[in-house]
Design a binder for this molecule. Structure first.
Ligand SMILES: [Zn+2]
Ligand SMILES: [Zn+2]
Ligand SMILES: [Zn+2]
Length: 255
């Protein structure tokens, strides 16, 4: 199994438009982050987690040859709005994308992508999808993957975290993990977890909260993601205990 971080930034990305802070103006490539997205591949089957607005650039930058399924964490703009950039994939590879999102987001998702679900006319290159809704605590079989759906809180919004093949946990945009989810996670090999910034935030883990949750989960290795421009890569990496690090755009993990 191979994991690739396509993006590790928060909703604004880094550099942030019009910001002249030391991180946004840093020459260090580790301080440049596209919006968060993760790609996991096994036996030529590729699953994408979220389609941020940087999607087209990500696909070209990392020369992604093929995709099979997209699993959404939640329908915030920074996690969904690149979906139409996958249109050429369905045209050229001539296969629909399997799209998975929690049933609570069904109406919101269909409203945002009205043109896909209710096309005005045929032609015009609308992306071809097979659309699936799921519930919490279900296991979805997708190619060689068994993907568990786990509910976590993102402020007042309940969203989806994923556990892939009982090995890789992806918990993005989170401010509270229920005890039942800690129990369901077990002790994964890899944990990928939200760490927005140092100061507290109402809808995301900050540094301390992310560290506390990561210690409690006790994964073999923890990578933090969805990072804002208050976090300078080298400085904050040096503050992390062994077995934990900040993810970087383009980082690849082979399992
Ligand atoms: Zn986000
Ligand atoms: Zn900045
Ligand atoms: Zn969000």
């Amino acid at each position: 199994m191979q994991i690739r971080f396509l993006g590790t930034g928060t909703s604004d990305g880094i550099p942030t438009f019009l910001c002249s802070c030391p991180v946004c103006t840093s020459p260090n490539p580790a301080n440049k982050r596209l919006r968060s997205s993760l790609l996991i591949t096994k036996e030529n089957y590729t699953v994408l987690f979220d389609t941020p607005p940087d999607m087209r650039y990500m696909l070209l930058r990392y020369r992604i040859p093929d995709l099979d399924a997209v699993f959404y964490t939640h329908p915030h703009y920074d996690h969904i709005a690149g979906l139409d950039d996958l249109r050429s994939h369905t045209l050229i590879n001539k296969k629909p994308l399997e799209i998975y999102i929690h049933r609570r987001f069904n109406r919101d998702f269909k409203r945002r992508f009205h043109h896909i679900f209710h096309p005005l006319q045929t032609g015009g290159g609308i992306i071809k999808i097979n659309y699936h809704n799921f519930r919490d605590y279900t296991q979805i079989k997708a190619g060689p993957f068994c993907i568990k759906t786990l509910p976590v809180w993102h402020g007042k919004l309940e969203i989806t975290a994923y556990l892939v093949n009982n090995k890789v946990a992806y918990i993005n945009d989170v401010s509270m993990i229920p005890e039942a989810v800690f129990a369901a996670l077990g002790q994964p090999e890899i944990l990928i977890l939200d760490m927005l910034r140092i100061r507290p935030h109402s809808t995301h883990f900050n540094f301390e909260q992310a560290l506390d949750a990561a210690r409690k989960i006790g994964a073999g290795k923890t990578y933090f993601t969805h990072i804002a421009h208050e976090i300078e890569h080298e400085k904050v990496c040096a503050m992390l205990p062994a077995g934990m690090e900040l993810a970087r755009d383009g980082m690849v993990i082979d399992l």
